[in-house]
Ligand binder design. Sequence first.
Ligand code: FE2
Length: 227
Amino acid sequence: MNKLFLTCLTLFVVLTSTAHAQNTNNSSINNQKTKAMKFELPKLPYAANALEPVISQQTIELHYGKHLQTYITNLNNLIQGTKFENADLETIVKESDGTIFNNAGQTLNHNIYFLSFSPNGGGEPKGKLADAINRKWGSFENFKKEFNTAGTAVFGSGWAWLAKDKDGNLEIIKESNAGNPITKGLTPLLGFDVWEHAYYLDYQNRRADHLAELWKIIDWSAVEIRY
Ligand SMILES: [Fe+2]
């Protein structure tokens, strides 16, 4: 009887130890995966050629597939072993500087940018966002004109942003390089990328023409959700 009990006990201890070891190993592997894959390329809700002729397939493949992927890869590598290792993207953009800020900012900026388009986009915003635009600029047409002027006026590489403050008031903000209005306490709603990599293949030096065309593919339902 005692011998049977001891055999059962030994078997129980061996089985639970093995299970614990397996769990520990799995957990360790999962943690490594999580660290290595922290930020990922967002899935596009459209095909690479779906925004033509406003943005060509070649530009999407390079801008989204190469430039954005590089920012994300750089960010994942740069934050390892820093205080940002487990931080969310917005916190990193708000609190970092130097190369971490540049790559985090560009990751956030492009995530917003690429998820603001639809092949069925265009037209005008509706609801609360439309009301706020009309309050600030008088009409959607005036807002577009101001936004295009801001985007054209950014010297060198950067972004034109539509952003809101904590009270829902709207502003057009010009940012250089990886800038995002989130660092000024504002919420970004819509960003036009005026880095040459965004338009040079399709419009060469004609940045203003590119900005004027972008309105045809804006997915206002995606922008309205951010407001
Ligand atoms: Fe870009």
